[in-house]
Design a protein around this ligand. Structure first.
Ligand code: PMP
Length: 364
């Protein structure tokens, strides 16, 4: 609709308009229930049908086998930074972290409270613009897991394939908050995938954990009940009151992604959008720059700077006047960042690129 902006925010982020319209049409009276999803008992048959459908659609999208549990939790991905070591490790267990940006660093720091994590590779000295080669990694042969952040939202670096833990009993754990459901993923390579919903699949307040079932049930004694995967798995994410409305919204997004033809089709669109934007940056003769190594540039979060950095404020302000908002880079890195998640249409990226060309013509 005319009055909707192109929202390039990193999260909470833009949602598909058709999904919002559908939610609007069901807001006051969900499918004849005589009430909204917000007012339903989480144990009633209506909400059970919603959460079960959301789970089964997500299983279809990512082709998740029955060996994995799918949990809809709360507390954001940040809570899982603690939940993972608490569930997988004893306090003395070593674990490895590859740190390709600020989120991986936060995950590592939280884990120091619950096990013995080590950063086996950090991109900090290169300002987080790279992903390591996997063969040279100094993995601990006794590590219980290897943790990565599949897509660093702030720095715009994304794993294009995945390392294998050296210890054959160890698992790969991935924070997929900012590229969840943006492309097909071979879930069987991972012990745990976790993601906050508020970028690609719904509103904030829902955190999705996909965990291999045999890993469940070993939480440390001090683990709060709300962080114990066993409790949530045994209760099908309904141990306590879940984020009902958020789960419903995620379900509508999953349906929409399936309607689009699934994640193979979704990835094709994301590749094209990212290409259009990175090309505009690379072809600007240095007026715009993206510091990230070309082979590991994120399809979701595109950071860029202006050669004339004094113009960055004006860039963001002028873009906002044309209904393209939230283009300011994260406060820790500066510059600009365009987040182009699944729900950002190609038209939004094309409009941004046209604006960038005009802005360069004016100021170049
Ligand atoms: N990991 C990544 C990759 C993120 O982008 C974010 C949020 N921006 C987080 C973790 C933290 O998520 P939450 O705010 O849901 O705790």
């Amino acid at each position: 609709a005319q009055d909707r902006v192109f929202n390039f925010a990193a999260g909470p982020a833009t949602l598909p308009e058709n999904v919002l319209r559908k939610a609007e049409s069901e807001l006051v009276n969900w499918r004849g229930a005589g009430m909204s999803v917000m007012e339903m008992s989480h144990r009633g048959k209506e909400f059970l049908s919603i959460v079960q459908k959301a789970e089964s659609d997500l299983r279809k999208l990512l082709d998740i086998s029955d060996d994995y549990a799918v949990l809809f939790l709360q507390g954001g991905a940040t809570t899982q930074f603690a939940g993972i070591p608490l569930n997988i490790c004893k306090p003395e267990d070593p674990v490895d972290y590859i740190v390709t940006g600020s989120w991986g660093d936060k995950a590592f720091k939280e884990a120091t409270k619950y096990c013995k994590p080590k950063v086996i590779w950090s991109g900090k000295s290169e300002k987080y613009t790279a992903i390591p080669a996997f063969d040279g990694l100094d993995q601990n042969p006794h590590a219980r897991y290897l943790h990565i952040c599949a897509n660093e939202t702030i720095h715009g670096v994304e794993f294009k394939d995945y390392p294998t833990p050296k210890n054959k009993d160890a698992i790969l754990v991935a924070d997929m908050s900012s590229n969840f459901c943006s492309k097909p993923v071979d879930v069987s390579k991972f012990g745990i995938i976790y993601a906050g919903a508020q970028k690609n699949v719904g509103p904030s307040g829902v955190t999705i954990v996909i965990i291999r079932k045999d890993l469940i049930g070993n939480a440390q004694g001090i683990t709060p009940v709300m962080l114990d995967y066993k409790i949530h798995a045994e209760n099908n994410s309904l141990y306590n009151t879940p984020p009902c409305y958020g789960i419903y919204m995620c379900g509508l997004v999953f349906e929409d992604l399936l309607d689009q033809g699934g994640l193979v089709e979704v990835e094709k669109k994301n590749v094209i959008k990212a290409q259009v934007l990175y090309d505009a940056i690379d072809e600007s003769k240095g007026f715009y720059r993206c510091p990230v190594g070309k082979s590991v540039r994120s399809l979701m979060n595109v950071p860029f700077t202006l050669e004339k950095s004094e113009l960055e404020g004006e860039f963001v302000k002028e873009a906002a006047k044309e209904s393209m908002i939230q283009l300011k880079g994260h406060r820790s890195v500066g510059g600009m960042r365009a987040s182009i998640y699944n729900a950002m249409p190609l038209a939004g990226v094309e409009k941004l690129v046209a604006f960038m060309k005009d802005f360069q013509a004016k100021h170049g």
